[in-house]
Structures are given as structure tokens and as C-alpha cells.
Design a protein around this ligand. Structure first.
Ligand SMILES: [Zn+2]
Length: 244
């Protein structure tokens, strides 16, 4: 652990002792880091308000003893006010943060993941975009980034173009009736998934509740859990989706 300056998204923050806070950060150039912010719970300090989960900050960390570094300075870049004020957006944002927090390899830098997270939080903070499919879109991007984008234009088992009737996250995508091992997938969900992975994501996210959205949200959730090898605690039902 060295002294460093970096941009960071606050993934988690929890109290430590009477006045301190430990923050878990995803940084642009240093990957995931933990740091101790001393005295933030005292009313006189300005650091505390910048170190809330979902905030994007420019941060200066000083070397500590052992693995923990100390927060010396924080400059708030984005507080994500709109996200904080809306339950559906907040739930979606927490899903993004939890997925990034679940990525193994602490301390390994991946500027692309930082950029994707920052962009997705920015999308949630923009009222022209509906929050419902933002986590699904983010999970699909994360999979693609790791070279594991699901196959949705043909059967992942036998490469037939269709009809595709199921989706198996573990197998890596859509399936025909002969190869089917996964959960059933409606034509609406398949078409939506193909749009999202085929360059129409921006348009999809402007639509409120496109057909197949709750299915796609569930499929993407399965796919990222399968990829990360662990369950996410965040609610599985997508925000804004009708109850099923
Ligand atoms: Zn097949």
C-alpha cells in the first residue's frame, strides 16, 4: 500500500469505532481498495459526507500500517442525488455496486470496470433513462468484458438459428428445444436480449418497461451470479417490474 491519488466509486462504508469509517472503494487505477477515514463521524469534518456508498470521488490515500490505508483528502465528484431519492434507482445502483464488490482479485486494477460502473451509475442518475434494465445491461457488459458475453443469436449448444426457447447462464446463452437445459425464455425476452447485445442498449434503456424486461433482468442476474460464482444479496426481482 503506497500513497496514491485516484478516482473512486464508494462501494461500501461502515463504521469503525466511535468516530471512524472504513470505506471499500473501486478505483480507476488501483482496483478495489479499503481505507480508513478517521474522525468522519464528527460533525466538524467534511470528509464523511463524500464517503457515502455510490458517491464518486477523487481521493488521496496515505500509506498505513499493514493493508489499510488512510483517507487524507476527498473531493466529491458525483453524489448521485437522483439515485438516492428514488427507491427503484437506488436498488438498481446497489445491484451494480454489489456485483463489482463481488469481483475477485482485490487490488487488481481494471480501469474499464471503473468506467463501466461510473457510466452505469450516471445512467441511473439521469431521469431520461428508466432504471429497470440498467443492472441487466451492466451485468451483460461485465460478462462481455470478461470474454463471457452470452450467445443470443443462435443456440449455444448446436448453433441453430432458432427457434430459441430457453436460456442457460451456465451453458453460456440461448438454447433450442433439443439442447435445452436452462429456464424457458419467451420470444419477447429473446428479442430484447438481442437488442441489448446488438447495439441498441441506449434506446432500450429509454423505454419504460419494454416487453420481456423482467425476464431479461432475471436472466442477466443468473448469468452474473453464475460468472462470479456467488449469489448477490440484492433483490432478484428487477425494480419497477410487475410482481410475478
Ligand atoms: Zn441447439
Amino acid at each position: 500500500v503506497r500513497d496514491l491519488r485516484d478516482d473512486a466509486v464508494v462501494l461500501r462504508a461502515y463504521r469503525s469505532g466511535e468516530a471512524d469509517r472504513i470505506v471499500v472503494l473501486y478505483t480507476r487505477e488501483h482496483g478495489k481498495l479499503r481505507a480508513l477515514a478517521k474522525g468522519v463521524r464528527r460533525p466538524s469534518t467534511k470528509i464523511g459526507g463524500s464517503l457515502e456508498p455510490l458517491a464518486e470521488v477523487a481521493i488521496f490515500l496515505a500509506r498505513g500500517t499493514g493493508e489499510l490505508s488512510y483517507v487524507r483528502q476527498v473531493e466529491l465528484r458525483e453524489r448521485r442525488e437522483i439515485v438516492r431519492g428514488d427507491f427503484d434507482r437506488l436498488t438498481a445502483a446497489m445491484a451494480l455496486v454489489e456485483a463489482v464488490d463481488a469481483i475477485p482479485l482485490e487490488g487488481v486494477a481494471d480501469g474499464e470496470i471503473f468506467a463501466m460502473l461510473s457510466r452505469a451509475l450516471g445512467t441511473l442518475d439521469d431521469p431520461q433513462f428508466a432504471p429497470m434494465l440498467v443492472p441487466a445491461a451492466f451485468f451483460l457488459r461485465l460478462l462481455a468484458h470478461d470474454g463471457s458475453a452470452p450467445v443470443v443469436e443462435e443456440c449455444v449448444g448446436c448453433s441453430t438459428r432458432g427457434p430459441l426457447v430457453a436460456f442457460d447462464a451456465g451453458a453460456g446463452g440461448a438454447q433450442c428445444a433439443n439442447c435445452r437445459t436452462g429456464r424457458s425464455m419467451s420470444p419477447d425476452a429473446l428479442a430484447l436480449l438481442q437488442r441489448m447485445l446488438g447495439g441498441e442498449l441506449g434506446n432500450v434503456l429509454r423505454e419504460s418497461g419494454p416487453r420481456g424486461a423482467s425476464e431479461v433482468a432475471a436472466l442477466a442476474h443468473d448469468a452474473i451470479e453464475s460468472h462470479l460464482g456467488r449469489r448477490l444479496r440484492v433483490a432478484r426481482s428487477s425494480p419497477g417490474a410487475p410482481a410475478q
